[in-house]
Design a protein around this ligand. Structure first.
Ligand code: IMP
Length: 421
């Protein structure tokens, strides 16, 4: 029995899906614990590319159970599309996909309000416009609708009507937009019940029993540490907790269930949307990283901002999440750079600090060292020993500075490009 949590140590897009696909081979159950269709998890299997927004990428392993946990905000339209796509590609997921009965529904008014807020605000966040913030707000306001509500239709309809009353007031009076009709919302919910109702269960209970029976579990984080609502670069964050607290909250497991916390980081850094980014590269290097790494959002297609490895950022992620292992992805993207910069600390008003909370990033100046790059094509390397000396030095430096072992390295997009250090 073991329980591992995989968490992005930067601003999301760290290559988590690929690592999770790799780690899934050794577990029985994969659980997505927070976020929603703002995530875009890309996995390449036999040269075929899959992008998942909601369903855990572990679903591509035919013998694994995948769970959408209670901490997830679930867009029923998106979910049904993903289910249909998987079935079309020949994956039988009927008894392998389970959905928590207390996950919250993202409904069309959440997505509309997300977009309207972005359009009207003078302080844009750069959200994915998938309704994430409005849905989590409704959850806290206690006007959200939950997956398990589909089993009591009269109550669901009553609660949907009450929620709509408030949402439509906002839409009409603040934004001058047309209201949503109850029939439309109920239609979506009934379709979800029809197609996915049999998958909705008490997943907390299921997980506790599974662990008691000796099953191993992988908890899959979406987004990343620096996008966490509490620990990230607030207000330029997502509305959930990708960090370890969110993993427990969004799955129902307890702290003693967890054995390992793997921090997943790129060999450099990217972020999408607005907000501070201390190690953002200059235009030329940023463009080169973007092109080499195909750094365009899997959900929105937006070009990602690119920069250099930020040790203080990952140090903070390790501290907050208790990461005891690291996975470094996309090392191959750095091939061809004569010099590779690494941020070793920040300067704040003339004083050096080794790490601070990302919400203070606006005030820091990064302190860089430069390391020698390599030109060899490393995409065929399958062990640390096969990597060029300069690539080894780069990883060893990061590992020594962070004081956490780099356990996994990946040098390409496919399933077979990941190896243990
Ligand atoms: P939201 O999660 O759509 O509300 O967006 C809030 C912020 O999180 C924006 O800066 C998004 O670009 C960012 N974000 C949300 N999901 C992801 C992700 O999966 N990868 C990277 N950034 C994300």
């Amino acid at each position: 029995m073991s329980c591992t949590v995989a968490i992005g140590a930067q601003w999301g897009d760290e290559g988590k899906a690929k690592m999770i696909d790799y780690l899934t081979r050794d577990v029985d159950i994969v659980v997505r614990y927070q976020g929603g269709a703002n995530a875009g998890h890309t996995v390449v299997v036999d040269d075929k590319k899959f992008v998942f927004h909601l369903i855990p990428s572990g679903i591509l392993h035919e013998d694994k159970v995948c769970i959408i946990g209670n901490g997830v905000v679930l867009d029923p339209v998106e979910l049904l599309e993903e289910i249909i796509l998987l079935e079309k590609k020949g994956y039988d997921i009927k008894d392998r996909l389970l959905i928590s009965d207390s996950a919250h529904f993202i409904l069309p008014y959440h997505k509309t309000l997300d977009s309207l807020m972005e359009n009207f605000s003078d302080e844009k966040i750069g959200t994915t416009r998938r309704g994430i913030g409005p849905c989590y707000s409704d959850k806290c306001l206690r006007i959200g609708l939950r997956t398990g509500d589909i089993f009591d239709l009269p109550t669901l309809e009553r609660r949907a009507e009450a929620a709509l009353k408030i949402k439509n007031l906002q839409l009409e009076n603040i934004y001058g937009e047309p209201p949503f009709a109850l029939d439309e919302i109920m239609g979506i919910l009934l379709q979800f019940k029809d197609k996915a109702g049999s998958m909705v269960i008490n997943t907390q209970e299921y997980l506790h029993n599974a662990i008691k029976d000796g099953k191993s579990v992988l908890l899959e984080g979406a987004q990343g540490h620096a996008l966490d609502i509490d620990h990230g670069t607030y207000p330029y964050v997502t509305s959930s907790s990708p960090t370890i607290g969110g993993a427990l909250l969004g799955s129902g497991l307890n702290a003693f269930d967890i054995d390992d916390v793997i921090g997943i980081t790129k060999a450099y850094v990217t972020r999408v949307g607005e907000g501070p980014f201390p190690t953002e590269a200059d235009e030329d290097d940023s463009e080169r990283l973007r092109v080499n790494g195909n750094e365009f959002g899997a959900t929105t297609g937006r070009p990602r901002r690119c920069g250099w490895f930020d040790l203080p950022l990952v140090k903070k992620a390790i501290q907050i999440n208790g990461m005891n292992k690291l996975a470094i992805t996309k090392l191959d993207v750095l091939t061809g750079f004569e010099k590779i910069k690494v941020c070793i600390g920040y300067d704040i008003k003339g004083e050096r600090v080794d790490t601070i909370c990302p919400s203070k990033f606006g005030k820091v100046k990064p302190l860089f060292i430069e390391m020698d790059g390599w030109n060899e094509n490393i995409s065929k390397c399958r062990s640390f020993a096969e990597l060029p000396k300069n690539a080894q030095d780069y990883l060893n430096f990061i590992e020594d500075e962070l004081n956490v072992p780099i356990t996994y390295i990946s040098v390409g997009p496919g399933r077979d490009f990941t190896f243990k250090k």
